[in-house]
Design a protein around this ligand. Sequence first.
Ligand code: SF4
Ligand code: SF4
Ligand code: SF4
Length: 440
Amino acid sequence: MELTRLPILKPALKSRYPQLAVFIVMLAGYIFAILAGFIGTPVGSRNFSIVFVWIAWWAILILVAVPFFGRGWCAVCPIPLPGEWLQRGAVLNPPDKKPKWLNLRWPKFLRNIWLQNISFLLLALFSSVLLTTPNITAIILAAMLFAAIGLSMVFERRSFCRYLCPVGGFIGLYSQTAPIELRIKEKQVCVVCDGKPCYNGSQTGYGCPWDVFPGGLRKNTYCGLCMECIRTCPHDNIAINLRPFSADLAKPSARIDEAFKAFIMLASAMIYAGVLLGPWGALKDAAYNVGTSAWLIYAIIFLAIIFAVLPGFFALGILKTKSALPLKQRFASFATALIPLGLMFWVAFSLSFVLTNASYILASLSDPLGLGWNLFGTASTAWKPMLTSILAPAQTLALVGGLIWSARTAQKAANEIKSSSIPVITFCFIVTLVMLWLLL
Ligand code: SF4
Ligand code: SF4
Ligand code: SF4
């Protein structure tokens, strides 16, 4: 179903003003989060930067935005804006004269998601401190903003989003499961289209900031839903469609960087569940005490689980399956099956984390800096876990649903590469049992 046929949606997306209004609110919130982290209380649960970034924003992102809107968050994300405005020399329509920045192409050997994998892992390794310490959160938020500005001055388009952003990497991975997509309507219209303004830009808009040719889009991963091609396409050939969940996964990936992204996300959800929700004090201490030998051992085990233990068992499982494809390609194709499971692991983990801490949101709304304000009369809201009675059933449902979803994806991948899905389904079953044990 084509959503852009809805009478109000198309004009709202073609105009730059509605998106700009959202951008301004988001950017103001982002800058306030940075300031709150630096000048507000050091008590994480009382500081806007921790409560709104790691509880409110995270809950919306992982429980709503990614599963239902894919890269919807990227459509309103404030991080690339200042850099993009400087790069373009304009906030709205393309200016007559372009500013003279270096405008280099991103190096060919880095045109993959390994840097995003590394940047996510760096955050993940320090996450215990990051999630609880306002000024560290502020430093990371500011660093992302300045990195995006710096890269916009040197490289063309949104290099930070496409190749470096730790958040964008996993949103892209899981956006493939969302029931929404931006695609062209008619292939033939693109074939004969003069100048391809959706990629090269025109007077009405900018060439795709994500360095994607919309005519070749087959999956959601690298389309940031910036809506620019809706504005530039002179033939009205871009549509936003409602589609079945995980439509992109019917064609398995052949890329090893994307396969490892699936392992990084799956394993990180399991490790976070153990560290943040589990009863193991020594594990928590090791994760929190960054720089100590205990933390070093924790970091080594963390990376070993992601890069050796889980992929090792996975590869061993599929080693004996019959297929004309080499093991590396089978590995990458079957790793596609881990995407729905990984998403559901994050949903189940986040339900615990978010419902336990959501009551801090009301208090922080009235007293965002922890300075004793009471703006909306909710500053003294006491901490209380929410919806505790439905937590375990909801988590079980998410994990079992994820397992079934992944099993079906594995079967489709097996059909595509003419192999057996049984080892992959067995792997998914075992890691789901481990996750159930960690969470319940
Ligand atoms: S990739 Fe990262 S910085 Fe770019 S829009 Fe998405 S979340 Fe924001
Ligand atoms: S501008 Fe429109 S018709 Fe032309 S190539 Fe791009 S999407 Fe296709
Ligand atoms: S220009 Fe179109 S294809 Fe490119 S990121 Fe924006 S919405 Fe996606």
